[in-house]
Ligand binder design. Structure first.
Ligand SMILES: Nc1ncnc2c1ncn2[C@@H]1O[C@H](COP(=O)(O)OP(=O)(O)OP(=O)(O)O)[C@@H](O)[C@H]1O
Ligand SMILES: [Mg+2]
Length: 251
């Protein structure tokens, strides 16, 4: 079971779009997928048309040990989803005071089986929820928008990853850095791509996600890109991402 945390503490770089559409892309390749929303903004949950406020229990209850992951699954387009709600922000505060606060998610995943991939959408910070994801994950996928300051936030992120590898999760691997909202015709985008390539080498994924209006529209319809616009560039790019991760195998 590959457990992938999609993270970058920088906001708006495409974490949620990547979690939703990578998950859906993998599901279309006959992979069994579990999606976890670890962000109190609950964007993944809403992007898939799940009404978070109608869910009796969400991610927060799992992290507080009130129920198991299997108790809170919603079935969407062939994927299992554990939704979040705004209450997760309170859970993060509560978590600070409990035992094993860094390994709550790993413990919750310990007896989960029957999936090929678990994909976790993280909030835009390096707080306790992201820490739980990094501790539970086998792999990291880091979406990056190729613009000014992208490299600076990557440096900080990699320092945090090193701390996790030195402590809670020595087996954690960086599967890839994924360029999102990419414009090949913009020089700054090409230059940033080259800088990231120089620094990360083969960890920079071959697939890039182009800027595509359908990707921005799909969440408002509560649909993944393959359901919303199967012929779009966005669907092509996320299909390629799913195929690349399958081809590369677990790192
Ligand atoms: N490739 C793309 N082309 C066009 N728009 C995109 C693309 N990827 C994401 N978007 C849009 O950009 C915005 C930010 O994307 P998204 O929510 O996936 O980022 P995020 O990193 O999860 O943000 P946050 O840090 O707030 O959680 C959204 O409105 C989304 O629809
Ligand atoms: Mg998000």
């Amino acid at each position: 079971m590959r457990i992938i945390a999609v993270l970058n503490q920088k906001g708006g770089v495409g974490k949620t779009s990547t979690s939703v559409n990578l998950g859906a892309g993998l599901a279309r390749q006959k992979q069994r997928v579990l999606l976890l929303d670890l962000d109190p903004q609950a964007h993944l949950t809403y992007s898939l048309g799940i009404m978070a406020h109608e869910l009796p229990r969400t991610m927060g209850a799992v992290l507080m040990g009130e129920c198991s992951l299997m108790d809170v699954l919603t079935d969407v387009n062939g994927m299992d989803v554990v939704g979040a709600s705004v209450a997760l922000a309170g859970t993060e505060v509560d978590l600070a005071g409990v035992a094993n606060r860094e390994t709550r998610l790993r413990d919750a995943l310990a007896d989960v089986e029957g999936y090929d991939f678990v994909v976790m959408d993280c909030p835009p910070n390096l707080g306790l929820l992201t820490l739980n994801a990094m501790t539970a994950a086998t792999e990291l996928l880091v979406p990056v928008q190729p613009e000014f300051l992208a490299l600076q936030s990557l440096g900080k992120l990699m320092a945090t990853v090193k701390t996790i590898q030195d402590g809670w999760n020595p087996a954690l691997r960086l599967t890839g850095v994924l360029l999102t909202r990419y414009h090949r015709q913009k020089r700054l985008n090409r230059e940033t791509r080259q800088s990231i390539k120089d620094y990360f080498g083969s960890a920079l994924l071959d697939t890039t996600i182009r800027d595509n209006i359908s990707l921005a529209e799909a969440p408002s319809f509560g649909q993944d890109i393959f359901t919303y616009k199967p012929g779009s560039n966005g669907a092509d790019d996320y299909r390629n991402l799913a195929l690349e991760l399958l081809r590369r195998g677990a790192p």
